[in-house]
Design a protein around this ligand. Structure first.
Ligand code: ADP
Ligand code: ZN
Length: 733
């Protein structure tokens, strides 16, 4: 595919325009030296002052002109040995930069997400255990032998896995305990087979799958909202779309929230297609990233399952995009380029001219609205597969059914837990709060442990014996005495975290086997797999977990779900609080009764009359969404109006405040744009930076981005001030 003519400014010039990866500079012009050929999308090395810098040749007619005379242009140094970024991806990068008010180069950089891949193919030397009988072992070698079973990686990666130095590993190579294996860094992945194990679909599933298959074959932009209750077989159904793309020899991208990207999902994919998919997420080793990136860009990678950053991979021939759990807010990136992967996925499908499937049991109001407006095709799976029934939901009013002092599990839930244990069935308790207690204070003087870098309390983690800030990672060991009044043994924990709930379960059911499932305990895919294995084999009676357990898991013996505090999400100033609570509780409730035995859900709340709790109790999703839509319409909130946030921060409080006031003072006065603030952010100190916020609310028809651009572009700030714009914000702290 060569669209070379768009490249040159005039017929025989060898001048090209490049995005260069330097945050401070816009596109620059370069000369193409004799003997070098480039086209739009070519990845190049360009000179910048005394340095060499990576850049991408861009379509000159889509960028503002520069005025450097021909004679002063510097020559490009090198074209990197990777395919040029394809035109649909370049259009997506432009759209993303424009919509989210981000620098073009910053977005383009997200597509070049493996430095190693840009250097071309090569071989790497990896090492693995030989299995040779070791003689006398140092403790470090003993550890390495244990941790490196079934591992093959470079010395550096192995040293990270085993937590021992390179020198220890080199010593093991010399002793014949580790052996080198030379591998091609671009070796192909085994081929997926679309017919490997096709399921017998129910009639409803088959109808939905047929829509996907037809759409993949039609090769046209077509957004679907796959709206199906938990356990209805959404995955099986969109897998048919994946199979159709495989048959057509085209590539597929499946986006999952990072927490749903589990071993379970990969196993399921393997069971359907015979091989695991190519994965893309933040904890890939550098060699794995390189291999994945290169095979995506060559077209060899068939199916990529990844977290949101996979969205900007340079697919050679994409045929289908799936966004699973599409309502998840973790698709919204809140640093760097602040984009929403769900929305950008739809735009990518638009530019690639392919279908996109947004799958969810609890779709975002925005997505339902798009379906209502006829922009997305809504396909529905209204019932669980195989006759499993939806769980029975019951509300526990905590004002009436009070837990014992210092406890959080109310009598009805205690009884239900005991009942399941007697029957040998499993229970799940959900509380979306890591650690033991969210606040620790001194009984004598009232001193509260606060993070020095953030306006947040330190959370006690009893298992790892520390007080930790969940915003910046600051942590201290719990002191023996109060730092303020020096009274010994006076610290009290306030409120529950999952660790404390697990303790309470141990107290109520001393013989139950309890598993704590949070990002602190499931720290690796191996640990997650171990948990799934134990839960499936009925080696666990009660699971206590955070949102990590709300999705993806399918345990047939799990018949009771208890929601410890359904009100937690409703506090605070989040404008989507009710919707989020609905989604979270409905998702965790969806874990109950997935097998033959019916499930029961107990929701503990102090506000049983809140519309969201009533909707959950009666299972009347439509009524909830209607009421929520009504409230949003009245407030001019998305999807009926538009929001943007401006976040101003500095290490110097006065500087941040002055900058925010400066922005507020120069705000445009427009009839259909409402500007709130500046005001100190709820998290007024974060990682040592003082923060102020403005919230902009506009009609849908307003060109919000243009308004903000014209407002902020002329303003100048001291170097210590950061001004971030968040279009369609999800976070308000
Ligand atoms: P969802 O993604 O909607 O929650 P899943 O795709 O996970 O639902 O399906 C729920 C369970 O039912 C899974 O264990 C899945 O393998 C099984 N299942 C769904 N459809 C079928 C089918 N047609 N044949 C066999 N098993 C199915
Ligand atoms: Zn902090």
């Amino acid at each position: 595919m060569s669209d070379a003519p768009a490249l040159f400014l005039d017929g025989n010039s060898t001048r090209v325009r490049c995005l260069i990866f330097n945050a401070a500079l816009g596109p620059l012009d370069y000369r193409v030296p004799a003997g070098m050929t480039v086209e739009p999308g070519s990845v190049v090395i360009a000179p910048l002052g005394p340095r060499q810098i990576i850049g991408v040749v861009w379509d000159a007619d889509r960028l503002p002109a520069t005025e450097v005379p021909e004679g002063r242009l510097r020559p490009l140094l090198k074209v990197l040995p990777v395919p040029p970024l394809p035109a649909p991806l370049r259009r997506l990068i432009e759209w993303t930069a424009d919509y989210y008010l981000a620098p073009l180069a910053a977005v383009a950089r997200m597509a070049l997400s493996s430095n190693a891949a840009l250097q071309g193919g090569s071989t790497v030397t990896e090492y693995r255990l030989t299995g040779k009988e070791p003689g006398r072992l140092t403790p470090q070698r003993l550890i390495a032998l244990d941790l490196l079973q079934d591992q093959q990686a470079t010395i550096r990666e192995l040293s990270e896995i085993a937590g021992v130095s390179d020198a220890v590993l080199r010593g093991m190579v010399n002793a014949g305990l580790l052996e080198p294996v030379v591998v091609d860094s671009d070796r192909p992945y085994p081929a997926a087979d679309p017919h490997f194990a096709a399921p017998d679909l129910s009639e409803q599933q088959a109808e939905v799958a047929a829509r996907f298959v037809a759409s993949v074959r039609a090769r046209e932009f077509h957004p679907f909202l796959l709206d199906g209750v938990t356990g209805s077989g959404k995955t099986e159904t969109y897998f048919e779309g994946v199979a159709a793309a495989l048959e057509a020899g085209r590539q597929v991208l499946v986006l999952l929230p990072e927490i749903a990207l589990t071993e379970t999902f990969l196993k399921r994919f393997e069971a359907r297609f015979g091989v695991p998919p190519v994965t893309w997420h933040s904890s890939l080793k550098s060699s794995e990233r390189r291999r994945a990136w290169r095979s995506v860009s060559s077209g060899a990678a068939q199916v990529v399952v990844g977290a949101r950053s996979a969205l900007f991979l340079p697919f050679a021939d994409l045929g289908l995009i799936v966004v699973d759990e599409a309502h998840e807010i973790s698709f919204k990136q809140d640093d760097g380029v602040r984009y929403n992967a769900r929305d950008v996925a739809v735009m990518r499908a638009h530019f690639e001219k392919i279908p996109v499937i947004l799958a969810s049991a609890t779709p975002a109001l925005e997505s339902l609205q798009m379906a209502e407006a006829g922009r997305y095709e809504r396909v529905v799976l209204p019932a669980r597969f195989g006759g499993a029934t939806m769980p029975h939901i019951q509300v526990v009013d905590l004002r009436v059914e009070q837990p014992e002092r210092g406890h959080w599990i109310a009598p009805p839930l205690v009884r239900a837990l005991k009942d399941r244990l007697e029957k040998g069935e499993q229970s799940l308790l959900f509380l979306n709060r890591r650690g033991y207690a969210p606040l620790t204070l001194c009984r004598t003087c009232g001193y509260r442990f606060q993070c020095p870098n953030c306006s947040a309390w330190l959370v006690e983690h009893r298992l790892s014996r520390r007080l930790a800030c969940h915003h910046c990672g600051h942590e201290v060991p719990p002191p023996d005495a109060c730092p303020e009044c020096h009274e010994p043994d006076c610290l009290v924990a306030c409120g529950p975290g999952v660790e404390r709930i697990a303790d309470e379960v141990a107290e109520i059911l001393p013989h139950a086997r309890v598993a704590l499932v949070t990002s602190d305990t499931l720290t690796s895919p191996a640990k997650a797999a171990e948990f799934v294995e134990m839960a499936s084999n009925k080696a666990i009676d009660v699971i206590v977990g955070t949102q990590l357990v709300t999705k993806g898991y399918h345990f047939p013996e799990l018949t009771l779900v208890g929601v410890i505090d359904a009100d937690m999400g409703l506090e605070g100033g989040d404008l989507r609080a009710a919707e989020r609570t609905y989604q979270q509780v409905a998702q965790v409730a969806g874990r109950a009764g997935r097998g033959e035995k019916p499930g029961e859900v107990l929701i503990q709340t102090r506000h049983p009359e809140a519309p969201v709790i009533e909707a959950l109790a009666s299972g009347d999703r439509d009524a909830f969404y209607e009421a929520e839509a009504e409230a949003r319409r009245d407030a001019g909130a998305p999807p009926f109006g538009r929001w943007a946030a401006i976040i101003v921060s500095s290490e110097d409080e006065a500087e941040a405040r002055d900058a925010a006031r400066g922005i507020g003072g120069s705000a445009p006065r427009l009839d259909d744009v409402l500007i709130l603030g500046p005001a100190p952010a709820p998290l007024s100190l974060l990682r040592g930076r003082y923060r102020y916020r403005l919230l902009i609310n506009a009609r849908r028809s307003t060109e919000l981005q243009r308004v903000i651009r014209e407002w902020l572009d002329p303003l100048r700030f001291p170097p210590g001030v950061r001004v971030a714009v968040d279009i369609d914000p999800y976070s308000f702290v």
